[in-house]
Design a protein around this ligand. Structure first.
Ligand code: NAP
Length: 256
């Protein structure tokens, strides 16, 4: 029986990915900053472990408690929307510590066992915001674009050991807790000179009908985990596929 370890399972994509793999008879290590058993169905194939991807000690303890892992899904992440002028450096650091360094630290923690067994997959959840520039998302996009670049290079490095690396790029998913969680970091508001731009950005979102559902992301992660012929980068969601197909072709494909 194969084991998947997923970060950020308390809500949204992580929770749905955990359900998806449980339904398909995998052993699931669902990790959360604050562990809650009640958000997932009871199963003897499920372990719920505490894990904060910003905390090295927490990572060490979770990896030790998890036992052998076949697939790591780096899903935990935080959002933020503001002009650069409205982005405190502490917030920028928090975004990179979580989205970028958290992903790198988790990969580093599992690579030795995957390399030794000459098998396994690391799946990093980034975003289709990396496919084209968007207003008010410079720091968040940079944190995810760095993971795309990291993953492409890591894929080359681990390919001789038969360890795969994949990137899943969701589109905009208003149904998760992402926006609500981001708002806690945005309580200082937007700098006044950007007011018209902010209104325009929110008005444009209202017009968009195609969105991403958590199930789209779970299916893309499943494909990445189970199909060795899956592409390096996999858009997840109706809007994501459109955005991805319109991107500059050279951006996301490593020369495998
Ligand atoms: N929703 C979107 O529109 C969208 C689009 C593209 C990509 N994404 C990406 O998809 C991933 C999942 O987002 P989502 O939409 O499912 O949002 P979500 O509902 O807010 O879930 C994010 C998860 O990450 C966890 N997390 C945050 N900081 C963490 C840390 N330091 N250590 C461990 N876990 C941490 C949260 O845990 P707590 O409950 O403890 O906060 C939560 O479980 C993120 O990487 C996000 O950047 C989201």
């Amino acid at each position: 029986m194969k084991t998947v370890l997923i970060t950020g399972c308390s809500s949204g994509f992580g929770l749905e990915i955990a359900r998806h793999f449980l339904d398909r008879d995998w052993r699931v290590v669902a990790t959360m900053r604050t562990p809650r058993e009640d958000v997932l169905p009871r199963s003897d194939r499920l372990s719920v472990l505490a894990l904060d991807v910003k905390d090295p000690q927490s990572i060490r303890a979770a990896i030790e408690a998890a036992g052998p892992v076949d697939v790591l899904v780096n899903n935990a992440g935080i959002g933020f929307l503001n002009a650069l002028e409205g982005t405190p450096m502490d917030t920028a650091r928090d975004i990179f510590e979580t989205n970028t360094l958290g992903t790198i630290a988790m990969a580093q923690a599992v690579v030795p066992q995957l390399r030794e067994r000459r098998a396994g997959v690391i799946i990093n959840v980034t975003s289709t915001v990396t496919c084209r520039p968007l207003h008010l998302l410079s720091v968040y996009t940079a944190s995810k674009a760095a993971v795309n670049a990291f993953s492409a290079s890591l894929a080359l490095e681990l390919e001789p050991f038969d360890v795969r690396v994949r990137v899943v790029l969701p589109g905009r998913a208003p149904s998760t807790r992402f926006g609500e969680n981001a708002q806690a970091r945005m309580k200082d508001g937007f700098p006044e000179p950007y007011s018209a731009l902010v209104q325009q950005v929110f008005a444009n979102w209202q017009k968009e009908t195609a969105v991403t559902h958590a199930s789209d992301v779970a299916e893309a992660v499943w494909l990445a985990a189970t199909d060795p012929s899956s592409p390096f980068s996999i858009p997840a969601g109706e809007d994501a596929v459109d955005w991805y197909n319109a991107r500059a072709q050279h951006l996301l494909t490593p020369a495998l």
